[in-house]
Design a protein around this ligand. Structure first.
Ligand SMILES: [Zn+2]
Length: 460
């Protein structure tokens, strides 16, 4: 039976209007005023906004071989439920092979994590952690399998490649029109800083941000962009966190380079005073890049206002405080890196951004949905509410009030970095390809997520 959402205000990246939305099967079949209710199950959504399902382009729902290699607290089942419950209907998870593993085998492992278990739609960025003839050959196979975006690292000894390998990979990716995102930190300097600090007995979480200062990110961003410019590839910078990196981005754009910038809620809402919380609680915020200074936070909001920042995703990578973060009690470099966030992104960005007057709702739709869909080849199937698009719809009540708490969250982890944060606005219902999957912040229909096959537009 068709569904008709009546009386809501549809918001896109470019405007809003009060219209009805008719859903047939998995798609939006009609948008307009006073649509006929005939043959449709009608839902009154007056007083609410209808937003395109949010897309999180940076999650590690299953981290089994990365830094802090004992397995993330969430998995695809728990993480995708937490996502969908609050309005995120698609995730692009980081598929990360182990050394020597083929991309094909890695893809099979990730499909094993997600298939039949995910409550939101999903695809992956395939990580390239080493470069050789076999991996090079596999790029085309990945594109054929619908994986059109890739991830590489300039830090973390088990994941990073050399500048030469990065350049070679970029040239190969360019042939296919693929998108590359890179973790930009100077890995050699990080190692040296950690060695120095720990050898001086400076081993508490307070020293984590001091081991990865802004210069370590900005230098890598600058170098990455120079290399990408040589390779003539448009690239993405993931989790950009500092003013100095944004300066490098602006310089690159001024010389005509096309690139994309992602930041994350933790860099917009938190500052480095979190590392001084007593009783080792600062370990909860150990992630890389680290939480930055108030001035960096200010620069990122300015970057959102002036269009320098294109997307906001989470880098969700959850580890329990008890038993996982505590592994680094004697040495901050042993604390598993990462924080939860896939559940809370829409609420915290609406509260701190839209409700606080720092961004329009249209801008939020762009940064959390449409821009991501366009950049990662999901548009217009995802990222917009229009006829023919997937009926991934968030019914958003701007008057909803709540408080984020570890005790009530759906993320399967024993803390949240936003504990006690009072939220304004929230999803009262979430539709995934026409099916209502969440209501009142709870999942009502789980495991409905599908793999989304992507195609590079120019390859058609
Ligand atoms: Zn990440």
């Amino acid at each position: 039976m068709a569904k008709l959402l009546k009386g809501g205000i549809v918001v896109t990246a470019h405007g809003r209007r009060q219209v009805d939305v008719r859903i047939e099967g998995e798609k939006i079949s009609e948008i307009g005023t006073n649509l006929s209710t005939e043959g449709a199950e009608v839902e009154d959504v007056s007083g609410c906004y209808l937003l395109p399902g949010f897309i999180d382009a940076h999650t590690h729902l299953e981290l089994n071989n990365g830094p802090g290699s004992q397995g993330s607290a969430d998995n695809f089942y728990t993480g995708s439920r937490a996502a969908a419950a609050k309005g995120t209907t698609t995730v692009i998870d980081m598929a990360t092979p182990t050394k020597g593993q083929s991309l094909k085998d890695c893809l099979a492992v990730w499909n094993g994590f997600s298939e039949g278990k995910s409550s939101c739609d999903y695809t992956y960025h395939m990580s390239i952690i080493e470069w050789n003839e076999e991996i090079k050959q596999e790029i085309g196979e990945m594109i054929a399998a619908g994986i059109t975006s890739f991830k590489m690292y300039m830090a973390y000894d088990n994941l990073r490649v050399t500048d030469g390998e990065l350049f070679e990979a970029m040239r190969e990716l360019k042939k296919y029109g693929a998108m590359l995102g890179v973790h930009c930190e100077n890995g050699d300097l990080v190692n040296e800083k950690i060695r120095q600090l720990v050898s001086e007995g400076k081993a508490t979480p307070h020293y984590h941000p001091l081991s990865r200062p802004d210069a370590i990110e900005a230098e890598a961003v600058e170098r990455y962009l120079m290399i990408a410019n040589e390779a003539e590839l448009s690239v993405n910078i993931v989790h950009l966190s500092t003013r100095r990196s944004l300066d490098a981005v602006r310089r690159a754009r001024q010389r005509g380079q096309k690139l994309y910038v992602e930041t994350c809620p933790q860099y917009l809402l938190l500052d480095d005073s979190v590392y001084d919380q007593p009783n080792f609680l600062g370990a909860k915020y150990v992630c890389s890049p680290p939480i930055r200074k108030v001035d960096d936070q200010k620069a990122l909001w300015e970057g959102i206002a002036d269009g320098s920042v294109n997307t906001i995703s989470t880098d969700h990578c959850s580890f329990n405080f008890e038993g996982q973060k505590t592994l680094g009690r004697e040495d901050f470099s042993k604390i598993p890196n990462g924080m939860p966030g896939v559940e809370t992104r829409p609420e915290v960005i609406y509260t701190a951004g839209v409700a606080a007057g720092k961004m329009s709702l249209e801008k939020m739709v762009a940064l959390l949905s449409e821009n991501i869909a366009r950049q990662f080849h999901l548009f217009p199937q995802k990222g917009i509410l229009q006829e023919g698009s997937d009926a991934d719809i968030v019914v958003w009540d701007p008057e909803l009030r709540g408080v984020i708490a570890a005790a009530t969250q759906l993320q399967n982890v024993d803390y949240t970095p936003y504990d006690g944060f009072a939220t304004k606005g929230g999803a009262t219902a979430v539709y995934l390809r026409g099916e209502k999957v969440a209501q009142g912040g709870e999942i009502v229909n789980e495991k409905q997520g599908h793999f989304v096959y992507r195609k590079v537009p120019s390859a058609d």
